[in-house]
Design a protein around this ligand. Structure first.
Ligand SMILES: [Zn+2]
Length: 219
């Protein structure tokens, strides 16, 4: 029996995602593109591109397209992707005062209008982040030592934010608070990657750079 294999979005190179948008724009002579148009003509789902690039606005920018006219109906996914981006940039939960340009694409007022308050927006974000990503068949990779992995070594942005949401920006070994954005935060594999540990929420922890270095030396 032959199965039609749907492309695994995770592995599609950035260039290929953007090329699809550009291709539609040039085919139809568009100077901008709404997500609705992309849903009709695109090979991928807009959410895939938004997750990868941070926002639909950013996708258009990277494709040399103008922002779509109406910014009133910004989809929740785009508002959440923006929070994810800020969380990852700061290495901690964004505060009310962080939600401004240039760090944030949207004003805090946009979140207040949509969710009632900034705290409600954060609550909605937490629920959004805890939803499972669309099921992707594990892709077994075998390294040179014959160790099998079903995940990639480098955690995705989404997974990093999930680890930060659980651990905060505090080292799980020494408890120091990492206040220097992501510079001092390391996403450590509890069971080392080299010993078959996977890149999953359960097997990742926040470490400060000192503890990460010390752990590395002990292996
Ligand atoms: Zn530490």
């Amino acid at each position: 029996m032959k199965f039609a294999v749907k492309k695994v979005n995770r592995n599609i190179p950035n260039e290929e995602l953007l090329a699809d948008v550009k291709n539609i724009a040039s085919t139809y002579g568009l100077t901008t593109m709404s997500q609705d148009i992309y849903v009709q003509y695109g090979k991928f789902h807009p959410t895939t591109l938004i997750r990868r690039f941070g926002s639909w606005f950013k996708v258009l920018e990277l494709c040399d397209l103008k922002p779509s006219r109406s910014r009133i109906n910004i989809p929740n996914e785009e508002l959440f992707a923006n929070i994810e981006h800020i969380w990852l940039t700061l290495g901690r939960q964004p505060k009310y005062s962080d939600i401004q340009k240039p760090l944030s694409l949207f004003s805090v007022g946009t979140y207040e209008q949509r969710f009632g308050s900034w705290y409600n927006a954060l609550d909605a974000f937490v629920i959004y982040m805890s939803e499972e990503e669309s099921v992707i068949k594990p892709n077994v990779r075998i390294n040179k030592d014959g160790i099998k992995h079903t995940t990639k070594r480098e955690p995705s942005a989404r997974l990093k934010v999930q680890v930060l949401m659980r651990d905060g920006n505090r080292c799980r070994l020494c408890g120091v608070e990492c206040n220097d954005g992501l510079h001092n935060i390391h996403f450590d594999h509890i069971i080392p990657w080299s010993k078959g540990g996977e890149t999953t929420l359960e097997n990742l922890q926040v470490l400060c750079s000192d503890c990460n270095l010390a752990k590395g030396n002990c292996k």
